[in-house]
Design a protein around this ligand. Structure first.
Ligand code: 13P
Ligand code: SF4
Length: 351
């Protein structure tokens, strides 16, 4: 018999989603976009700053990051990039946990974000006041958390992982006989558990973008285009993952688009990724996997509403003013660094 402490509490998000009108590409006045792009490039140089952007952000931001020596990457490479780059200021265009991870790994650097309102439903679904007692109730388990968590949750963890290395890390721990407490993404956790066969207790949060991809509609689409390869991010439900030719992190999916012989791809992840996929494979055709719908009630429609909060205006503003600096309290930062550095060292082969 399981006692209540054995089972992860079901946490619903504790903050509302951004309203549809509050996100997305602003309506730039004539000439404003070009003026902002020029100003941002100048300011990055003047302030000894570098732009670290996620694939789901606005194309203009990705273009500027590429053009100015920054990076556009998945969460793992975003985390690693700041360490290697000599800039004293990291400007992180993405969601809050990405800025926090950069600060945890680079406490001596200034970390700015275009907006501090950009959340993540996985992070919101794993509040430390519920998560920490749950870990305390399972002292026999190694705590592995996805990077999509706040600093206080990382501080309670033994390991931080991203989707690109979750399977490898869990396999490594399983080989050492460790039982795992996994948080927060139930779908990624379930995928890792099935692939590795490890003993994993799963927290029950989910990504509002990926959980909306629909297996039945995807199957119909894939049948219509039998030549297409199906690329799926592992935050998607199990039935969607089951239809995938490739399951991987955003970078791994872009690499698959480049290297697979297929001319056509059906892609189950945020559609911001198409900018880089088209660059990686300009002659290929990319289609969105079907999500819950395009109607007025759709909160995500294959695009993360929080990622969409980053734009040229707020990026220019933080560079002008130094506003929106990320701070991680000292003791939490130190403890979160231990688990986060373990991930970086694991990737570097130091384990
Ligand atoms: P990646 O690490 O694959 O970029 O995933 C981050 C994320 O938030 C996906 O929704
Ligand atoms: Fe979080 Fe999902 Fe947005 Fe990624 S796409 S940042 S997991 S809400």
């Amino acid at each position: 018999m399981s006692s209540p402490a054995d089972l992860p509490p079901v946490i619903l998000r504790d903050a509302p989603f951004p309203s549809p009108g509050s996100v997305g590409h602003p309506d730039y006045k004539p000439g404003e976009r070009e003026q902002l792009i020029g100003e941002i490039k100048d300011l990055l140089q003047q302030k000894n700053a570098v732009l670290v952007a996620h694939y789901y952000t606005d194309e203009d931001l990705q273009m500027i990051a590429d053009a100015t020596g920054g990076t556009v990457a998945d969460s793992l490479e975003m985390a690693r990039f700041g360490n290697r780059h000599p800039a004293t200021t990291l400007v992180v265009a993405g969601v809050r946990f990405m800025g926090e991870t950069a600060k945890i790994l680079n406490p001596e650097k200034t970390v700015l974000m275009p907006t501090l309102q950009a959340e993540c439903s996985l992070d919101l679904g794993c509040p430390p006041d519920k998560f920490i007692p749950f870990c305390d109730a399972h002292p026999d388990r190694t705590v592995v958390v996805y990077a999509n968590t706040c600093a206080a949750v990382k501080a309670r963890a033994d390991w931080v992982v991203t989707s690109s290395i979750a399977v490898d890390v869990v396999r490594h721990l399983d080989a050492h006989g460790e039982k795992i407490l996994w948080a927060p993404d139930r779908y990624l956790g379930d995928y890792v558990k099935r692939v590795t066969g490890a003993n994993m207790l799963l927290w029950q949060a989910s990504c509002i973008v990926h959980e909306r991809f629909k297996a039945e509609a995807l199957e119909i689409l894939a049948r219509q285009y039998p030549d297409a390869a199906v690329l799926v991010h592992p935050e998607s439900p199990q039935a969607v993952i089951a239809l995938a030719d490739v399951v991987g992190s955003t970078t791994q999916l872009i690499n698959a688009a480049r290297t697979l012989p297929n001319r056509r791809f059906i892609v189950a992840t945020d559609n911001g990724i198409f900018y880089k996929m088209k660059q990686a494979a300009p002659d290929k055709v990319f289609m969105e996997a079907p999500s819950a719908g395009e109607g007025a009630t759709c909160e995500s429609c294959a695009h993360c509403p929080w990622m969409a909060m980053n734009n040229l205006r707020n990026l220019a503003e933080v560079l002008r003013t130094g506003r929106n600096e990320i701070h991680v309290p000292g003791e939490i930062g130190k403890r979160a660094l231990r688990a986060t550095q373990r991930m970086v060292d694991f990737v570097a082969g130091k384990h």
